[in-house]
Design a protein around this ligand. Structure first.
Ligand code: G6P
Length: 611
């Protein structure tokens, strides 16, 4: 989704803005632009396509000003053209804006502004913002921004500059925005990854905040008559990510780097959380009495995080013996969910900024439910808004396709279910000490999985790259894994893929299995082993080329499949976490074989901050 950066300080703004936009490019974009102020004049450069186009244009044309705005646009209203790229200017060419979000009442505002004689040159919803600012501007950018924001409906983060004013003004309303604090220079950005090279000190803005950012001064105001938090309470957050965490090192793609970072990521997820036979999640802050009172659990998320939620549902029901629902956030929030004061709604998200997941949190809260955010990014909206938070600590994830954040979410599901079971005084259905020892060993199991599966994943990936379709099957906890494998393959290789609960295949989709169709089965669960074997027979009988991912003791597959990837001998409950690795590698190899843009696949955004 769109990315915003702003700089005011002592250095030349244009190269900093372009570099920071590059750092934000992982969010997904299709055009980019900057505006730089110098001697009372503002110069704008914008280009469709890659940041490199912008870099070349900026190199030639932009003045050495020390104040500027930058933007990566992921098109919603209007095609990704140069004209529609941000920043947008008012009629006088002296006021500029960049936006992330959607202005829902833009048609009404546009009519009003056209009647008042404003001239529009783009198809975007954002352009109304700058003409509205023009209406209110009388030399005080902060005051005009407040009046402008108060007229807007939707969710938005905005940054403005005005020729002749030595400051940026930024607004946050249901879209992420932070202010970074440097020495004699300050920044505005959509997220922290854009600022890691410059500072680890940030203010996370609240909804309604309007900030004036100068080189040595920051003033916070609000455009809401009743701000959600008192203005004096913005806390300086010190970020513990390092610049090297967001570099590719020697890997050809971020995705491959992040796949290989999983053992280390899980080490961090588990660090300090298993002590003397207990799960310690003190920082989460959920009272035991509340945990005991809960009579329904609801897991809510989008995309890959939703697959972690589905896995969580199996696990929670198995251990807690209460009804657990797993929902796609965009469905949960609009389906009149049955939650109340005795429900715990668990929102799972890498970024903590996904619009529908935040909407679900608000919906749950409005119905009196307690909310727990399982998130990766510290200080993100979900982390701040939920009643309690469990950080997955996977470190920054840059590739659009989520990998280490996913296995960290699955691991967090284990920590959480064991923690809840203890508070609810439940017997664990597995020998406690053994389970905890294996949980602590997950990083080394993952290490072994990477070693054991990388070569075969390359072979399979190259083979699947030549096919039009691919099917993934699984049952029980392997079913969410099959879904995740299909999603990974689709999103980065564009090969059509579908996942099925293996037993459901016969109810329609088996009609699509033809001679040579690849079918990959996840077979890590003994309880459904025989059923999976039958399903393999069924698809083979229709000409499918069959492959399996199984545990080391998954013998007996030789005559049924063309290839098997075996996982280390961890308890079968953990096998789906390990099986995620070959699923990711397979998608990666297929995408590489097809020459795809692995880290920034077409049409996708890392963080979906609009509905
Ligand atoms: C986008 C990303 C996915 C991610 C999903 C949910 O679609 O491309 O990789 O799983 O959003 O994001 P979240 O940050 O809430 O986990």
């Amino acid at each position: 989704m769109c990315g915003i950066v702003g700089y005011v300080g002592r250095r030349e703004a244009a190269p900093i803005l372009v570099d920071r936009l590059d750092d934000l490019s992982y969010r997904g974009y299709d055009s980019a632009g900057v505006a730089v102020a110098h001697d009372g004049v503002v110069v704008v450069e914008k280009c469709p396509g890659k940041i490199e186009n912008l870099r070349a244009a900026v190199g030639k044309a932009t003045p050495p000003g020390t104040l500027g705005l930058g933007h990566t646009r992921w098109a919603t209203h209007g095609a990704p053209t140069q004209v529609n790229a941000h920043p947008h200017a008012d009629c006088t060419g002296r006021l500029f804006v960049v936006q992330n979000g959607i202005i829902e009442n833009f048609p009404t505002l546009k009519r009003e502004l056209l009647e008042r004689g404003h001239e529009f040159s783009t198809e975007t919803d954002t352009e109304v913002v700058i003409h509205l600012l023009e209406e209110y501007y009388d030399g005080d950018l902060l005051a005009a921004a407040k009046k402008t924001a108060a007229r807007l409906e939707g969710s938005f983060a905005l940054a403005f500059l005005a020729a002749g004013e030595e400051r940026l003004v930024a607004v946050r309303y249901h879209a992420p925005l932070i202010v970074g604090i440097g020495g004699g220079e300050n920044f505005v950005a959509s997220d922290i990854t854009a600022l890691l090279q410059d500072t680890n000190k940030v203010y996370v803005l609240e909804n309604g905040d309007v900030v004036s950012v100068e080189a040595n001064r920051i003033d916070v105001d609000s455009f809401l008559p009743d701000p959600p938090k008192a203005l004096g309470t913005r806390q300086l957050t010190i970020v513990d990510w390092r610049p090297e965490d967001v570099s590719k090192n020697d890997y050809p793609h971020y995705m491959l780097k992040e796949i290989h970072e999983q053992p280390r990521a899980l080490e961090r997820t588990l660090q300090g959380r298993i002590k003397d036979g207990e799960i310690v999640l003190r920082e989460m802050g959920l009272a035991s009495e509340l945990i005991r009172r809960v009579n329904s659990f609801h897991l809510v998320a989008c995309g890959t995080a939703y697959h972690a939620a589905l896995f969580g549902k199996y696990l929670f029901e198995r251990v807690l013996r209460v009804p657990v629902s797993a929902d796609i956030a965009s469905e949960f929030r609009y389906r009149d969910p049955i939650v109340d004061g005795r429900s715990l709604v668990i929102l799972i998200s890498q970024s903590g900024e996904t619009a529908d997941t935040i909407g679900s949190l608000e919906e749950a809260r409005a119905r009196g439910a307690k909310t727990l955010a399982v998130v990766n990014v510290r200080g993100s909206t979900l982390a701040r808004e939920a009643d309690a938070v469990l950080y997955t600590r996977a470190g920054p994830e840059i590739a659009v396709a989520s990998t280490k954040a996913f296995t960290a979410q699955l691991t967090a599901m284990f920590l959480l279910v064991c923690y809840l079971a203890d508070r609810r005084r439940m017997e664990w259905p597995y020998p406690r000490e053994e389970l905890l020892a294996h949980l602590a060993s997950l990083p080394s199991y993952l290490e072994q999985t990477l070693e054991q599966t990388a070569a075969t994943a390359r072979e399979w990936g190259q083979l699947i790259a030549n096919e039009a379709d691919c099917y993934f099957l699984g049952r029980n906890v392997d079913e969410p894994l099959a879904r995740e494998a299909a999603l990974k393959l689709k999103e980065i290789s564009y090969v059509h893929a579908e996942a099925y609960a293996a037993g459901e295949l016969k109810h329609g989709t088996i009609a699509l299995i033809a001679e040579g169709t690849p079918v990959v089965s996840f077979m890590t669960q003994a309880e459904v082993w025989d059923k999976m074997i039958s399903n393999l027979h069924e698809v083979r009988a229709r000409g499918a080329r069959t492959f399996a991912v199984a545990r080391e003791d998954g013998i007996g597959l030789e005559d049924l499949v063309e290839g098997v990837m075996t996982l280390p001998a961890a308890p079968e409950l953990f096998a789906p976490i390990l099986a995620a690795v070959p699923a990711q590698l397979l998608a990666y190899e297929a995408a590489v074989a097809l020459g795809r843009d692995v880290d920034q696949p077409r049409n996708l955004a890392k963080s979906v901050t609009v509905e």
